[in-house]
Design a protein around this ligand. Structure first.
Ligand code: GMT
Length: 375
């Protein structure tokens, strides 16, 4: 049994989901888990034995022009390392969590190993900014071990940061207890969608990199031939522009904006096709979630997407911005029930074979073991 601290961004987002589900599964295997975050991670939705939560409380002392979140987090980490005698502190995101963890390790008296998992944005977005490059490199090089969620992210990290550190790929996983096909005819009905109407779906934080407009352009072509609706889940900076685009294209009766939702697996189970047309995506956890619910996907040939989605097997891969090909693939698949059933079954099998939670959690445990044996 190990004592493991976990820090992540606790609000909605794939990295927070992975960090929290990992903590829950490690606790089920007998480890003691200590979340150190600014609020309760949203997937920590009930009481779990062996899971503890330590809140990073922000100081609003008037002399501070800005509340020093990073330093408060580092101080909290050091306090928890010493009090709980943590073996491992596993942080998700180099920026700022790895930097805070390194500082906490320097402050704490109890020896601890730092594991940093890279999820993407800190490399593909923040590392482009020269102001952050050296601090991100420091966070990676001074962690005891670094993992990334895809081979593509490792390659990008090496290219952008020229680092002297080996990075292990540990792919993301899904919680099978939540993500599996469910009969959601009733929910479909409640959304006002007829039984024989096909449902296309997109889930994201509506940032520019998600290219939600390409999802809408794809759907605009699909709906000409397929009796269908598009469900857009999530919220973010591009939301208003996307509502305007849907109205301009006259699709307001066929596109539903559902905003942020919690029970994603229920919504996915009424979908026939997932669309993820991003220009940056280190993994694309929503593709895995869709596949686990038996939903084929169309994604772009970007970042880690081709590591998750297999072209012509579990879905289709298109070039960035190619809504024409995406629409053709979508239309052909949605017209051919036999083909759709094969893709759906392939998706379920693919998740079991390559992204089962047991396999991935074992990989993290093996990494912790190796680090602790180095003592
Ligand atoms: O998609 C986002 O921008 C949110 C971000 C996050 O912090 O959750 O997602 C990143 O991590 C996910 C979990 O590993 C990956 O599935 C997403 O692909 C990755 N996002 C990007 O690379 C843009």
């Amino acid at each position: 049994m190990k004592k493991i601290g976990i820090t992540c961004y606790p609000t909605v987002g794939g990295s927070g989901v992975i960090a929290t589900e990992l903590g829950k599964l490690l606790a089920e295997k007998g480890h003691e888990i200590h979340f150190i975050t600014s609020s309760v991670p949203f997937r920590l939705d009930k009481v779990y034995p062996k899971v503890y939560y330590h809140q990073v409380e922000m100081s609003h002392y008037p002399v501070f022009q800005y509340p020093p979140y990073d330093l408060t987090l580092a101080a909290k980490m050091a306090e928890v390392i010493d009090r709980e005698k943590l073996d491992i502190l596993h942080v998700h995101y180099a920026m700022p969590h790895a930097i805070c963890a390194i500082l906490a390790k320097d402050i704490a008296k109890h020896p601890v190993k730092i594991v940093t998992t890279l999820h993407g944005t800190d490399i593909t977005v923040l590392a482009i900014d020269n102001a952050f490059t050296s601090i991100i490199r420091h966070g990676i090089e001074h962690s005891d071990a670094v993992t990334a969620v895809s081979h593509s992210l490792v390659q990008q990290t090496n290219e952008m940061l020229d680092i002297d550190k080996s990075i292990e790929v540990i792919h993301n996983f899904i919680n099978e207890q939540q993500y599996h096909p469910k009969n959601m005819q009733n929910l479909k009905y409640q959304f006002g969608i007829e039984e024989d109407t096909k449902v296309l779906i997109h889930i994201s934080n509506f940032r520019k990199v998600k290219r939600v407009q390409d999802v809408i352009y794809t759907y605009e072509k699909v709906q000409k031939n397929i009796n269908s609706q598009l469900l857009l889940i999530g919220d973010g900076p591009e939301y208003g522009d996307m509502v305007r685009l849907v109205n301009e294209l006259g699709l307001q009766d066929k596109v539903q904006f559902l905003g942020k939702q919690n029970n994603i697996s229920d919504i996915l189970s009424m979908a026939d096709l997932m669309l993820l047309m991003s220009e940056k995506e280190s993994f694309g956890l929503v593709l895995l979630e869709a596949m686990a619910c038996g939903v084929p996907s169309i994604g772009t040939n970007i970042g880690g997407i081709p590591e998750v989605l297999t072209h012509e097997e579990t879905g289709f891969i298109v070039d960035l911005g190619d809504s024409k090909s995406a629409a053709k693939y979508a239309t052909d698949l949605l017209m051919d029930n036999n083909k759709w059933n094969v893709f759906s079954e392939n998706a379920l099998q693919h998740v079991k074979k390559y992204f089962a939670s047991e396999t991935i959690v074992n990989q993290y445990e093996a990494l912790y073991d190796t680090l602790l044996q180095e003592n």
